[in-house]
Ligand binder design. Sequence first.
Ligand SMILES: Cc1cc2nc3c(=O)[nH]c(=O)nc-3n(C[C@H](O)[C@H](O)[C@H](O)COP(=O)(O)OP(=O)(O)OC[C@H]3O[C@@H](n4cnc5c(N)ncnc54)[C@H](O)[C@@H]3O)c2cc1C
Length: 403
Amino acid sequence: MSDFDLDTDLTDEMLAIRDRCRQFAREVLRPVGARLDRMSAEEVAARDSPLRDVLRQYRGLGFGGAAQFADSDLTVRQKALLHGLVLEELAWGDVGLMITCGLYNITPVVAQSFGRPDLAEFFGARDEIGCLAVTEPNHGSDHIGFTEPAYRDARIKPSLRARRSGEDYILNGQKAAWVSCGTIAGSGIILAVFEDSKAGLSDGVVLLMPLDLPGITRGKPLEKLGQRSLNQGEIFFDEVLVPRRFVIAEGPEAYPFIWENYLGNANVHMGQQFVGVARAAYDHALEYAKQRVQGGRPIVEHQAVKMRLFNMFQKVEVARSHARRVAIAAAVRPGGVPFQYATSSKVFCTQMAFEVASEAIQVLGGNGLTREYPVEKIFRDARASLIEDGENGMLSLMAAARL
Ligand SMILES: Cc1cc2nc3c(=O)[nH]c(=O)nc-3n(C[C@H](O)[C@H](O)[C@H](O)COP(=O)(O)OP(=O)(O)OC[C@H]3O[C@@H](n4cnc5c(N)ncnc54)[C@H](O)[C@@H]3O)c2cc1C
């Protein structure tokens, strides 16, 4: 990466936080992420996994979600910009670990955003990893098909069912193995459709709940292609009684609205994160091209390689501009940004990261394919993002319907 900085409006406080993130990414996330990538999913999730140590160190740093800058004098715009810098730097280190860190103490932040200081205090005191459980074995894209008639089709039945019991709810069924941190989270945002829903998957209850209630069990951690440092796994519910106090929203008016909003926010973050992933691939490729000699000179001096590198550089810069503009508008404008903007950031930046990582492999030649060099891992990490938080084609369909 060049030392030149296009960001001319960063305060000393913002620069100091960005640099701390960069150091943490280089010294902790990168080496531990590379180790976890070679371990089994069970080993990654284990109590003595290096993952736990990363979380301890992350906690000590005191940054992460936008809420962490609550005491700062920065404006809302500056905080949004800073949050984007933090996401990019940490994802540059290891995106699976970055997402895990992002889920650390997520439940109190979500409670606060819903105006529930009681739950923020309750979950804050637990100090644990959270998760978001939406996807089900039989319903992946179905759950984000807001604009599809099937979303409201009463014949489509959920895998996790919510039943009213007086003021409380009883849950039965399961969430899919795709829940990030599903086997290690202590609490979570659980979306559960009513078993008697007349509106398909669009009518249910949003719960912010502990995951140690009687009747909850977990599946085995999932083995997957990329982002292997990110734990993934099923959550099972057997007659789980969830007291009223854990209800955030319910019913066909609130339920789909809140979920679409949440997904939009997540996608704003995804865009910024995957700029960091792409930058990591580009940095590795540039460094390698300066060292590798072919035809009697470093390959960076061959015109074709130079052009390829410039193309990668340009993609990262353009994607960052788009992701950042969307993220700042989402923070500054009451009500955030319309779904198509958030989706555009996620789809564009993840696709860009995948392409840049693939180009990085090309720059490294055969070495790019080996585990001796980091780009094949980055490529696998980027590949997963095309499906994560909504498959890109499906997200694009939903966004197109909003134009
Ligand atoms: C790394 C990672 C992390 C994840 N984290 C979480 C998490 O924390 N919590 C969570 O709940 N989920 C999570 N997911 C799940 C993710 O959101 C789903 O995988 C995604 O929504 C796609 O669902 P699916 O895998 O069941 O694919 P399917 O829905 O089965 O889709 C398969 C293919 O069919 C296409 N398709 C499906 N329906 C339609 C349609 N109506 N019209 C046109 N095309 C269609 C899709 O576009 C796709 O190409 C994660 C996934 C990954 C990869």
